[in-house]
Design a protein around this ligand. Structure first.
Ligand SMILES: *[C@@H]1O[C@H](CO)[C@@H](O)[C@H](O)[C@H]1NC(C)=O
Ligand SMILES: *[C@@H]1O[C@H](CO)[C@@H](O)[C@H](O)[C@H]1NC(C)=O
Ligand SMILES: *[C@@H]1O[C@H](CO)[C@@H](O)[C@H](O)[C@H]1NC(C)=O
Ligand SMILES: *[C@@H]1O[C@H](CO)[C@@H](O)[C@H](O)[C@H]1NC(C)=O
Ligand SMILES: *[C@@H]1O[C@H](CO)[C@@H](O)[C@H](O)[C@H]1NC(C)=O
Ligand SMILES: *[C@@H]1O[C@H](CO)[C@@H](O)[C@H](O)[C@H]1NC(C)=O
Ligand SMILES: *[C@@H]1O[C@H](CO)[C@@H](O)[C@H](O)[C@H]1NC(C)=O
Ligand SMILES: *[C@@H]1O[C@H](CO)[C@@H](O)[C@H](O)[C@H]1NC(C)=O
Ligand SMILES: *[C@@H]1O[C@H](CO)[C@@H](O)[C@H](O)[C@H]1NC(C)=O
Length: 792
C-alpha cells in the first residue's frame, strides 16, 4: 500500500502567479457590484435591514444565516465554520489543520486541500465557509488558535492564504478571511463582567502602523488580492477601539488602501454597537437574532441601530444601500444565484443542536425525531481522504534522524506507546471548547477544538495504521496507552524488549483558551524519557498545533523526531507513509522551536489581579515585527530547531558551488514608490504586485533517493531602511521534487511589496536605497549562497 509521490514540476513563474492572483479581475467585481445594486434597488427598507444581521430562525443548520427572500428568488446565505472542515455536519472530511498545510510549503497541496474543503462546503449548501484563519499568526507560541492558521511568517502565511482563498472560491463558495486583526491571544479576547457586575473590555492589541502593514496585515492583503469575498473582524480591541468598530481598520485600510469590494462580518458576538460600528465599516452582525430571544448573549445591535439610526439621522440610507450591495456583490460574483447551488443539508440543523446540547436534552425538549426518522446528511467526502493523507504526510517535519533510524525496515517487535496513538474514547467530535474527548488522557489529536474542529466520520489512528503495516511485514505490535503507566516506568505488559519503540504524544489546543505549558501534555517528558530508557531505538511523533519544547531531543537513544501537527482523519496512514519511507519527508517548520519557552518572546497577557479598571487589558506589540525567527535572530538566541528547518531521507545542496544570481527587472532604477496616479484595485495598488527582481540558483539532490526539498530565499534590507526591519525576512520558497543526482534551477520572483518597507508618515510602500542581500538556503539559519543587489 505504498503511496505514490506525485512528481511535481517546478513552480514556474506563471504557475506561482496563479496561486496568488484572483480568479476574478476588476471587471468581474464591477459587474457583480452592478447586479448587487440592481438587486438592492428592489428591496424595501425592512428587507435591507434584515440583510445586515443573522437570523437563525431561518436555520437549516448554518451557524450564520441571512434569510432568503423568495419574492426575488434570493435563496439566502448560509455560513458555516470553518477553516479545517465543514463543522457541525456529518459525512464530511476533517482535513489537516492550517498549520499542517503551511508546513508543506507547497502552494499546490495547499490549494488542493482548500479545493476539496470548498467542494464539501458547497455540497452541504454552505455559501460562506468561515475561513481561512489568517490570524492569529502566532505572536505567542502558546496561542490557543495558532493551529488554525498558517504561522508567524507573513510571506509563507500570505502564499498559503491566497492558495486557500482560491481553492475554496473556485467551487463558488465564499471565504471569510479571519480574524481581522491582531487577535493574537485567546485570554480575554472578548469583554467580560466582574463578579460585582462591572464591565471589563476585551484586550487591546496596540501595534504601530508599520508592524501592522509588514506583518499582521500582509496575509490579509493576499486574501483580498486573491478575491476573498468577506473579512471577519475579530473580538479584540485595536488601539483601544473594538476591531469591529474601528474605522481605520475597516475603512482606511480595507477599502481605501486594499480596494476590498466584499463585506465585513463580525465574529460571533463581536459587535459592540449599532450606528458606530455601521459607520465604521461593519456590514453584517453575527449571529444576530437567535430564537428564543433570551438565548444567552443574544443581544444584537444592527436591527435597532438601523431602524432608529435612519430616523434620527445617525445612519444614512446610502450607507444601508452600500452595506447590502457589499453583501450581495460576492453572491453574484460567485454565481450563487444559480439554481444549481445546493440547499442547506437538512441533517445539519439537528447536528448543530446535538453538538450543542446533546440528544438527551433534545428528547427532554421534544425536538428529537423518532429513531429511523433522523434525516441523514449528504455524504460529500468524495475521495478527499487521499488529499488528507498526502497533505498530512507532506506537512510532517523530520527534526532528527541519527544512525539512519528512519525509514524503518522490518522491526520484529514494535512497541507503540503514549496516549496520542489511540482512538479517542468519547467519540470523534471535539466537544465545543471543552476538553472532554481530546484533552483527556487518551485519544489521538488529529485536530484541535472550537469552531475550527470537525465531526469526523472515522479516523485512522496511529496504532491502527501501524498494525496494518506490521501485518504486511510480519511484525508484532505491543502497546501501552496511558501516560500514567509510562511516566511511572511501568512496562510490565511488554515482553520481549521491542526492536523499535514509537512514542506518540500530543498537545490539545482550542479556541477559547491559550495553552499554558510548552511541553507536550500529560507528563509527556517523563513518559518519553522512560521509553527511551527501555528501548535502544526510539522514535518520537508529536501531534500538536504548533510550538512545543522538546527537552528530551538530545537523548542518544531517541533516534528520530517527527512533528506531525494536526494531520486530520488520515492521521495513522500519513505517519506510516513517512515512517516506512513510502513518502520521503519534506515538511519544514512554519515556526521556531525554542530550547526553553522563555526564549520565545513576549508572553501572553494574563492579568491575575482583580480588575476594576474597564480598560486594564493591554497588549503592547512593542517588539514590532520581531516575532518568531526574527526575534531569535535579533536577540541572538539559539533555538532548538529554527523556522524553515526539516530533514529528508536524502540530502540536498545548492548547485553550481552555491552560486546565487539576482537581477533587477527595473534596470536598477525603480521608483521609490508606486505611481500615485494609478488607481487602487482589489488587492491594493496594482504596482505592488508587479515583479521587480528575480533571484536564481540551482538545487541538487546529492543523496541516494528521490525527494522534495524546499529552497528558501531570505532578504536583508539595505542599511538605509528605517529602524525596525528584521535582520532577514522570508521572501521566496519553492517545493521541488528531485530524483537522486538531479539538479534543477529555481528562481524566486520578487514583487514590489517584497522589497519595500511601509512608511507610516507618507502611508506608502517604499523601496529603500542601497544594497539588498539575498540569501538562499534550506532554513532561516542554513544559508548556502548569497548575492547583493541595488534596486534603486
Ligand atoms: C427572523 O426570521 C423570521 C422568519 O423568517 C421572521 O419571522 C422574524 O421576524 C425574523 N426576526 C428578526 C429579528 O428579524
Ligand atoms: C424567479 O425565478 C423564476 C423561475 O426561474 C422566474 O420565472 C422569475 O422571473 C424570477 N424572478 C425574479 C424576480 O428574478
Ligand atoms: C460585552 O459587551 C457587549 C456590548 O457592549 C455587551 O452587550 C455584553 O453583555 C458584554 N459581554 C459580557 C460577557 O460582559
Ligand atoms: C495605533 O497607534 C499607533 C501609535 O499611535 C499608530 O501608529 C497606529 O497606526 C495605530 N493603529 C491603528 C490600527 O489605529
Ligand atoms: C492531559 O492534558 C490536558 C491538557 O493539558 C488536560 O486538559 C487533561 O486534563 C490532562 N489529562 C490528564 C488525565 O491528566
Ligand atoms: C502526571 O504526574 C502527576 C504527578 O506525578 C500525576 O499525579 C498525574 O496522574 C500524572 N498524569 C498523567 C496524565 O500521567
Ligand atoms: C491565566 O491566569 C489564570 C488564573 O491564574 C489561569 O488559570 C490561566 O491558566 C492563565 N492562562 C494562561 C494562558 O496563562
Ligand atoms: C548512534 O550513533 C552514535 C554515534 O555513532 C552512538 O553514540 C549512539 O549510541 C547511536 N544511537 C543509537 C540509537 O543507536
Ligand atoms: C537603463 O539605465 C541606463 C542608465 O541609467 C540607461 O542608459 C538605459 O537607457 C536604461 N535602459 C532601459 C531599458 O531603461
Amino acid at each position: 500500500m505504498g503511496f505514490t509521490i506525485i512528481s511535481f514540476t517546478l513552480c514556474l513563474a506563471t504557475w506561482c502567479n496563479q496561486a496568488i492572483a484572483s480568479s476574478f479581475g476588476n471587471d468581474d467585481w464591477t459587474n457583480a457590484a452592478k447586479k448587487a445594486r440592481e438587486f438592492t434597488s428592489q428591496l424595501t427598507i425592512e428587507e435591507k435591514i434584515a440583510f445586515t444581521y443573522g437570523n437563525a430562525t431561518a436555520g437549516a443548520g448554518c451557524i450564520g444565516v441571512i434569510p432568503p427572500i423568495p419574492r426575488l428568488n434570493f435563496t439566502g446565505v448560509c455560513m458555516s465554520d470553518g477553516p479545517n472542515a465543514v463543522n457541525r455536519a456529518e459525512f464530511v472530511t476533517v482535513f489537516p489543520s492550517g498549520i499542517t498545510a503551511a508546513a508543506t510549503w507547497d502552494r499546490n497541496l495547499i490549494y488542493q486541500r482548500a479545493h476539496a474543503l470548498g467542494e464539501e462546503a458547497r455540497g452541504k449548501g454552505t455559501k460562506v465557509l468561515l475561513g481561512p484563519a489568517v490570524g492569529p499568526m502566532g505572536r505567542h507560541g502558546l496561542g490557543g488558535r495558532n493551529w488554525e492558521g498558517f504561522g508567524p511568517d507573513p510571506f509563507l502565511a500570505g502564499e498559503a492564504t491566497a492558495a486557500t482563498v482560491r481553492g475554496i472560491q473556485d467551487n463558488g463558495v465564499q471565504t471569510s478571511s479571519k480574524h481581522y486583526i491582531l487577535n493574537e491571544q485567546e485570554t480575554q479576547r472578548s469583554n467580560s463582567t466582574t463578579e460585582d457586575g462591572s464591565p471589563v473590555d476585551a484586550i487591546s492589541s496596540n501595534a504601530d502602523d508599520r508592524t501592522i502593514h509588514e506583518l499582521y496585515l500582509w496575509p490579509f492583503t493576499n486574501a483580498v488580492k486573491a478575491g476573498t469575498t468577506s473579512i471577519m473582524c475579530s473580538y479584540n480591541r485595536v488601539n483601544q477601539t473594538y476591531a469591529c468598530e474601528n474605522p481605520y481598520l475597516l475603512k482606511e485600510i480595507l477599502r481605501d488602501e486594499l480596494g476590498f469590494a466584499g463585506y465585513v462580518v463580525s465574529d460571533w458576538f463581536a459587535t459592540h454597537s449599532g450606528a458606530k460600528a455601521i459607520n465604521a465599516g461593519l456590514e453584517v452582525e453575527m449571529p444576530g437574532y437567535i430564537p428564543p430571544s433570551d438565548y444567552p448573549g443574544a443581544s444584537f445591535f444592527f436591527k435597532d441601530g438601523l431602524t432608529k439610526g435612519l430616523e434620527d439621522g445617525s445612519v444614512t440610507e446610502e450607507r444601508l444601500n452600500e452595506m447590502v450591495q457589499h453583501i450581495m456583490t460576492p453572491y453574484f460574483l460567485l454565481k450563487q444565484d444559480s439554481p444549481d447551488f445546493p440547499s442547506p443539508d437538512p441533517s445539519s440543523s439537528l447536528i448543530l443542536l446535538a453538538n450543542d446540547v446533546g440528544l438527551l436534552s433534545m428528547i427532554d425538549s421534544g425536538v428529537l425525531p423518532q429513531p429511523g426518522q433522523f434525516p441523514r446528511g449528504r455524504d460529500v467526502r468524495g475521495n478527499h481522504a487521499t488529499v488528507v493523507r498526502e497533505v498530512a504526510a507532506a506537512g510532517t517535519v523530520l527534526l532528527k534522524n541519527t544512525n539512519q533510524t528512519l525509514p524503518l525496515r522490518s522491526p520484529k517487535v514494535i512497541g507503540v506507546f503514549g496516549n496520542d496513538a489511540f482512538e479517542p474514547p468519547n467519540g470523534l467530535v471535539v466537544q465545543d471548547f471543552d476538553r472532554i474527548s481530546f484533552g483527556s488522557n487518551i485519544g489521538n489529536a488529529f485536530i484541535g477544538g472550537g469552531s475550527g474542529t470537525g465531526r469526523a466520520t472515522s479516523i485512522v489512528t496511529p496504532l491502527e495504521a501501524i498494525r496494518t503495516k506490521a501485518k504486511e511485514i510480519g511484525s508484532e505490535v505491543q502497546y501501552i496507552a496511558t501516560n500514567e503507566l509510562l511516566a511511572a516506568g511501568n512496562f510490565k505488559s511488554i515482553y520481549p524488549l521491542p526492536d523499535l519503540c514509537i512514542v506518540f504524544q500530543k498537545t490539545f489546543a482550542s479556541e477559547g483558551s491559550d495553552r499554558t505549558s510548552w511541553e507536550l501534555d500529560n507528563n509527556s517528558t517523563a513518559a518519553i524519557k522512560n521509553v527511551a530508557k527501555l528501548c535502544e531505538n526510539t522514535v518520537i511523533v508529536t501531534h500538536s498545533g504548533g510550538v512545543v519544547t522538546l527537552p528530551w531531543a538530545d537523548e542518544p537513544k531517541i533516534g528520530a523526531i517527527l512533528v506531525a501537527h494536526y494531520p486530520g482523519e488520515q492521521s495513522g496512514n500519513s505517519i506510516v507513509d513517512i515512517l516506512w519511507g513510502d513518502v520521503n519527508p519534506s515538511g519544514r517548520l512554519p515556526y521556531t522551536i525554542p530550547i526553553k519557552g522563555d526564549d520565545s518572546g513576549p508572553p501572553i497577557v494574563n492579568l491575575t489581579e482583580p480588575l476594576n479598571d474597564q480598560g486594564a487589558w493591554q497588549a503592547d506589540f512593542s517588539e514590532g515585527q520581531l516575532i518568531d525567527y526574527r526575534h531569535y535572530d535579533a536577540m541572538n538566541i539559539t533555538p532548538r530547531y529554527e523556522f524553515g528547518f526539516g530533514l529528508s531521507y536524502t540530502s540536498f545542496e545548492l548547485g553550481n558551488g552555491g552560486e546565487v544570481e539576482a537581477k533587477s527587472l527595473g534596470n536598477n532604477s525603480l521608483s521609490a514608490k508606486p505611481n500615485p496616479d494609478v488607481k487602487v484595485e482589489v488587492g491594493g495598488h496594482p504596482e505592488l504586485w508587479e515583479d521587480v527582481a528575480v533571484v536564481t540558483s540551482h538545487v541538487s539532490n546529492t543523496g541516494k533517493v528521490a525527494g522534495h526539498t524546499v529552497p528558501q530565499l531570505y532578504v536583508s534590507f539595505p542599511s538605509s531602511t528605517p529602524r525596525g526591519a528584521p535582520l532577514r525576512v522570508l521572501r521566496g520558497f519553492e517545493r521541488v521534487y528531485l530524483a537522486a543526482g538531479q539538479t534543477v534551477e529555481v528562481s524566486f520572483r520578487l514583487k514590489r511589496r517584497d522589497v519595500s518597507y511601509w512608511d507610516s508618515d507618507t502611508k506608502a510602500w517604499v523601496i529603500p536605497e542601497g544594497d539588498f542581500t539575498f540569501r538562499v538556503g534550506f532554513s532561516s539559519r542554513d544559508f548556502r549562497g548569497q548575492v547583493n543587489l541595488k534596486l534603486r
